[in-house]
Write a protein that binds this ligand. Structure first.
Ligand SMILES: [Zn+2]
Length: 468
């Protein structure tokens, strides 16, 4: 068939929804992906509808359930069949929380319970300000019956907390937020789902510093903490769909579906939820037959400790995965990261060079970082990719907070990042070269060492490799 005629038929086929017209070989796939993403902005429309209609997606809440039903319906409208991979994990439900100053005056504080804080009877005690992370110095002080006020960015391990509570009689913890402006930072106390031995609250920087100044002036400050938050076993759901390929190998495109509950979870990680949806839509339209299978996975319970991606990595066969691409708070892509899998670098450099005026300003990076859904995959040696894609600093400061709302999302960044990820996944799914090897345990340990992460992982009790 003549090329012009094929293109015409292909375009008509898409408009009329006729799938028998084969477009991949004939249409300029990359241009179609980019043009559609930029002109139609379906990622943004999807994100707006999900965030505004159903709110945040904290596991175990109505908003989570309704948002997932909505995503599944939208995928079904596109012709995808979805699978729900259900798993159990130690979950946490936020209840009512109250923190108030009772001496030297009365004031109720803006506060949120830290994840895995459990139901407590009310505690009341004198505040004790903690600046240093050296626990051996701290325990020399008289701590019995006190509530610790922690400086920003200071946290203790579950083991130390348990010791402080049981051996030294600490009653509770108030953590000062690291960002000012009356913000609170939702987070978990630990990544193992261990209920805290004492109530733990995040409080605003302004009220935290106020109490700190009173304490340093020699005043006695007493606070009262109460929460009905609780830890219990939850069902988590990884939502999975795919575009089948012919090689028996696959590309996994993942993003966490769940969010914290204070705002709408628009940046963290509504962006990723919408980007995968959009890439699935774009590739279904313009590149539905590829050499390798593309699997789209919306991981659950990331915020509570990567439970969904850990479940996937521990229970699925990982052998056929050529690359795992993780999208977490992807804003404006400026670089791409091979996460220490240096064999991926030449491919990614070519990919960047082929982006024309969008070629990444920064070179391809290859350094692992911790704490996202790629982590369980890297631990198993699976080649992984993330984007270095900052969100505007005026917006990103609100992540995990009340103000993580749709108005913080830059819609042109969202359209562009969706297009770039679409192109990336399309290129990975049709790459005919030998794939990057999955690393052995020893090589994986070396990858983390090389990225300078060994110390941090050991301190957090998360170094799974044998000492050599
Ligand atoms: Zn996130």
């Amino acid at each position: 068939m003549e090329n012009g005629l094929r293109l015409l038929l292909c375009g008509l086929g898409i408009i009329l929804g006729i799938s028998s017209v084969n477009c991949e070989q004939t249409s300029p796939v990359r241009e179609a992906i980019v043009g559609d993403a930029l002109l139609n902005e379906e990622a943004y429309q999807f994100l707006q509808e999900m965030c505004d209609r159903f709110g945040p997606r904290m596991v175990g809440t109505d908003g989570h359930r309704k948002s997932m039903d909505f995503l599944e319906r939208r995928l079904s409208d596109l012709g995808f069949r979805t699978e729900r991979q259900i798993f159990q994990f130690p979950g946490w439900a936020r209840g009512e929380s109250k923190v108030e100053i009772v001496e030297p005056f009365k004031r109720s504080l803006r506060a949120a319970a830290i994840g895995y804080t459990r139901v407590s009877t009310q505690v009341e005690g004198e505040l004790f300000y903690v600046e240093s992370s050296r626990i051996e110095d701290l325990v020399k002080q008289e701590l019995k019956g006190k509530v610790l006020l922690l400086r920003p960015n200071l946290r203790f391990s579950h083991k130390d907390l348990t010791k402080l509570a049981s051996d030294h009689g600490i009653l509770g913890i108030a953590m000062i937020n690291r960002v000012n402006g009356g913000q609170l930072l939702a987070r978990v106390a630990n990544h193992n789902g261990e209920p805290t031995p004492i109530p733990m609250m995040t409080i605003t920087q302004e009220e935290g510093f106020w109490m700190k100044r009173l304490l340093l002036d020699g005043a006695t400050v007493r606070i009262r903490i109460e929460t009905t938050s609780e830890s219990r076993i939850f069902d988590g759901i990884n939502l999975i769909t795919s575009l089948p390929g012919s090689s028996g190998e696959k590309i996994v495109l993942g993003a966490h579906f769940d969010s914290w509950d204070l705002g709408q979870g628009a940046m963290d990680n509504g962006l990723g939820v919408a980007q995968i949806y959009e890439v699935a839509r774009l590739l279904k339209n313009y590149s539905h037959q590829n050499l390798h299978t593309i699997e789209f996975v919306w991981f659950d319970a990331e915020e509570l400790g990567l439970w969904g991606s850990r479940h996937y990595a521990n229970t699925s066969s990982l052998d056929g995965i050529r690359a795992m691409v993780n999208l977490d708070m992807v804003g404006n892509p400026i670089a791409i990261n091979a996460m220490g899998f240096d064999e991926l670098v030449p491919f990614l450099e070519n990919f960047s060079n082929d982006l024309g005026s969008w070629s990444f300003d920064r070179k391809v990076e290859s350094k692992a970082w911790l704490g996202g859904d790629h982590h369980p995959f890297i631990l198993k040696g699976v080649p992984s990719i993330t984007l270095n894609a900052p969100i505007n600093s005026d917006d990103v400061r609100y992540y995990h907070d009340f103000a993580d709302t749709l108005d913080k999302v830059d819609r042109s960044h969202l359209a562009r990042s969706s297009a770039i990820v679409g192109l990336l996944v399309q290129a990975l799914a049709n790459d005919q070269t030998d794939r990057a090897s999955r690393l052995s345990t020893g090589e994986t340990a070396e990858l983390f060492r090389k990225s300078g992460l060994e110390d941090r992982m050991r301190k957090a009790g998360q170094w799974p490799f044998a000492d050599d």
